[in-house]
Design a protein around this ligand. Structure first.
Ligand code: XUL
Ligand code: CO
Length: 437
């Protein structure tokens, strides 16, 4: 029995289409800057929100209507849900998906039972992957829902909890490898603090680093060659998450000798919670060689929490694509929709509308960014803005030929710095608008 009998495969119908169950911009085979849209965007559907999310909020339980069982249920329920999940992803035409261990299989009474459940469902996921060609963008472990993780996982004050989390990630890595996962993500979950009076921050950070080193070592041992990611988020559920933003993550990785092993998985709503734009996070990561993957979503300006809405804002997607293309595009990462439909959008077809909107917004952003890049006006402005560094004193500073002493001598002779020119911010905003409408 199909889960979505009324929905056919979603097709590209072009910008003039009025069919709300069709793509107007995402044309998978269309080539942009020498690469298909499919390969630029590498869209991925998340198991947790899309197949397990019921729409609960702090004021009431979820009320989503789904053709599958939303509660954990049995391994049989999980297997049935997996079939329906693949029907959805296949009809949508996304090439990838992502999951936490506990999204796909129910947790058992103990570790051995949980591992057995995961193996049984992973076998079925593998069959669906082979049948449909849909691939695993990244796997991860849920180290935050079970009450044992109340004080965190790798940063828990309880060493046994660290040990349990290590065993859980060991298994999740094995399953990710078995399913050909192209990456593995660490999101802090509860790795942070609620109160500094009871927290030994140094010890917790040391433990987090030790945990990641163990993961790197084990990946090597089993021959898992996927990319490791760390996903910044400043708060929620804890008051402060250690992986608070791109800059903090890069500092942490470098401080603990992990810089060669992990890249960043950046998420829009996490960036805004940190007081940054997504473009800021992408530039911070990209400029330092850490741009790995993105969790695509958006927050709500009027709500201060992680609402994880589907992205539909073309400025946002254009900015994401401008930064992404500037730094050479995805290698192993993708546009992973870590986004959920609103509680009020409780019917199954809403899942299609949400993903179609997000995919079209990113495809349009890709086309707009490519047009901006092709014309080259923006890039030329930036290049020109820094022209004082291309020759003369600027070039000498950059190549290390100058010092404080020689610069003092230079300025004593000059008397005053050459005049600055306008940053032309409004003109550039107008210029970007020209490509949007
Ligand atoms: C939580 C979040 C996670 C990670 C995976 O805010 O974004 O779903 O993406 O653990
Ligand atoms: Co995320």
């Amino acid at each position: 029995m199909p889960a979505f009998p009324d929905v056919q495969k979603i097709r590209y119908e072009g910008p003039r289409s009025k069919n709300l169950l069709a793509f107007r911009h995402y044309n998978a085979d269309e080539v942009v800057e020498g690469k298909t849209m499919r390969d630029h965007l590498r869209f991925s559907v998340v198991y947790w929100h899309t197949f397990r999310g019921a729409g609960a909020d702090p004021f009431g339980p979820g009320c989503a209507v789904r053709p599958w069982k939303l509660s954990d249920g049995t391994v049989g329920d999980a297997i049935e849900r997996a079939g329906m999940a693949f029907e959805f992803i296949e009809k949508l035409g996304a090439p990838y998906y992502a999951f936490h261990d506990r999204d796909v299989a129910p947790e058992g009474a103990n570790l051995a039972e949980s591992n057995k459940n995961l193996d049984a469902v992973a076998k079925v996921l593998k069959e669906h992957q082979d049948r449909t060609g849909i691939k695993l963008l990244w796997g991860t472990a849920n180290l935050f829902s079970n009450p044992r993780y109340v004080h965190g996982a790798a940063t828990s004050c309880n060493a046994d909890v660290f040990a349990f989390a290590a065993a859980q990630v060991k298994k999740a890595l094995e399953v990710t490898k078995e399913l050909g996962g192209e990456g593995y993500t660490f999101w802090g979950g509860r790795e942070g603090y609620q109160n500094l009076y009871n927290t030994d921050m140094k010890r917790e950070l040391d433990h987090l680093a030790k945990f990641l080193h163990m993961a790197v070592d084990y990946a090597k041992e089993i021959g898992f060659t996927g990319q490791f990611y760390i996903e910044p988020k400043p708060k929620e559920p804890t008051k402060h998450q250690y992986d608070s933003d791109a800059a903090a993550c890069i500092n942490f990785l470098r401080a603990y000798g992990l810089e060669k092993h992990l890249k960043l998985n950046l998420e829009t709503n996490h960036a805004t919670l940190a007081g940054h734009s997504m473009m800021h996070e992408m530039e911070t990561a990209g400029s330092q060689g850490y741009l790995g993957s993105i969790d695509a979503n958006t927050g709500d300006e009027l709500l201060g929490w992680d609402t994880d809405q589907f992205p539909t804002n073309l400025y946002l997607t254009t900015q994401c694509m401008l930064s992404l293309m500037k730094y050479g595009g995805f290698k192993t990462g993708g546009v992973n929709f870590d986004a959920k439909v609103r509680r009020e959008s409780f019917e199954p077809v809403d899942l299609f509308h949400a993903h179609i909107g997000g995919m079209d917004a990113f495809a349009a952003g890709l086309k707009i960014a490519a047009a901006i890049r092709a014309e080259g006006e923006l890039a030329k402005f930036v290049q020109d803005r820094y022209r004082s560094w291309d020759t003369g004193i600027g070039a000498e500073i950059e190549s290390g030929k100058q010092s404080f002493k020689s610069l003092e001598a230079y300025m004593l002779k000059q008397g005053e710095a050459a005049a600055c020119t306008s940053g032309r911010q409004e003109m550039l905003e107008n210029l970007v608008n020209r490509y949007l409408y």
